[in-house]
Design a protein around this ligand. Sequence first.
Ligand SMILES: Cc1ncc(COP(=O)(O)O)c(C=O)c1O
Length: 544
Amino acid sequence: MAVIVRCMVQWSPFQWHAGKGHFDEPDWAIQREPPDTNRAVRMARVTHPMNGLLDAPQWTTSRLGIRDRVYGACLAAIRDGRLPAGCRLPSARQLAVDWHIARNTIDDALSRLHDDGLIVRRVGAGTFVASDVNVVPRIAARHRKPASVGKRALRMASARAAEAARPFAAASIPRPAPFAAGLAALDAFPLATWQRLAARCARTRGTALLGYLPASGYPPLQQAIADHLGGARAIHCAPEQVMIVNSAMQAHDLIARVLAERDDVGWIEDPGYPNLRAVLAMAGIRVVPIPVDAEGVATDRAPVGGAKPTLICVTPSCQHPTGAVMSLARRLALLELARRSQAWIVEDDHQAEFVWSVRPPAPLAALDHDGRTLYVGTFSHTIFPSLRIAYFIVPTALIDVFHAVRRQLDDHTHGFMQAVLADFIAGGHFSAHIRKMRALYGARRDALIDACARHAPNATLGGHASGMHATLAWHAAQLDTAIAARAAREGIRVLPLSRYTTGAARLNGLLLGYTALSERRIASAIARLAPVLGGIDSSRRIRR
Ligand SMILES: Cc1ncc(COP(=O)(O)O)c(C=O)c1O
């Protein structure tokens, strides 16, 4: 029976008192420490009988609320291995007593740890650290540096990598916070159907999916995509021409590696998708930005006298980020230009399923009679982004070389997921889901237009002719980066449009992804965003 000396930690930052108490067979022994007058270390230390250490939350050195501090103290102990997998935690009642904190505050912290999958509760037995918890050894924790793209780290990287990493120094994972860009309505995804197909796949395909697969893709998926493209996009290709990859950006990377030499010129749209610029630059391509207007990329405004492009990368169905849909005249002119200059067109048809205000002309790949277009599609926006499956259509003569290069890299895309996706498309679920999402996103787009008209009538909403986002601009002088930072403090995630330009286009505005948000959340988020825009003048109207 241990004799317990109990610390009485007062809430006053400068006082520390000790008292005594007795417990019957306590879970935890609490040692008394001498008062510490150092302001930075005003805390009680509680030790676990099984040599584990769970520090009481820091009372005075943190600006977090008490709930967050309790959660943080437990999380830190689990994360750095002081509370190892399977270790029994003290009861909430005990912790409440030890730490002089209300019981419901402890309950709240434990619930969060439970939701995070870090602890498990066993009825009648207690609460335990989950057995599969991802523990970082304590020694490693002490030496771990915060993950960030610091200046020193960038100096150690190659110039190309440093340039690619620059826009993402503060990168974060997109979450369905208003108005994160490019996120599908995941709660509307037919998960039950997907799970059923996955279960059937696992049951019926046996070991067939466990070995190495063809580098170009799982043949039934190639077939399903070729069939889908023929019906939905009037693109007719043989299944062998469909190269399955992990992302549209991997398709761009492979295309650049295979079809361009180092220092060849690649035209990209300005404004355009920053990741594409980075991917091409990393492949050693000299990237030349070409202006975009309401009809899409304006190749007649390309620099005069410059080197001919080897690659011309465009987003004709849904220009990113302006939402412009390329006119038929521009498409035909672009094909002619590619033919004359012997360039390859890389047509990224992302979000082509969501063209709203015009009837889109046929894709370049369908209009091209010279075989100079490589068509890229992704399922990130139409299925779910973590699927990591995209594809591109290669000219027949290049199938072998693409196949060989992919084989040297990561070989192929996840076999099981390819098989499930193949069944999802072939079973008609993909087309049905797209139809459903068109209706849902159309209503959300209307809600965004209405909310902006109501709450931000002086801002200009545009960029919503196609795609899954809109753009918002204002007349006043505030920089979009400053507005985005202020919005972030209100819990609103908006991307500044300036990050999509190389400078020449000088965009100033915000990108608002709306497809993952309910109509109600769209309205309330716009109401919260409107005051952040501040100082906008009243001379602009909302365009429908
Ligand atoms: C033009 C363009 N292509 C592709 C993607 C993303 O595709 P993936 O996730 O397959 O790389 C995006 C994302 O916004 C995009 O803007």
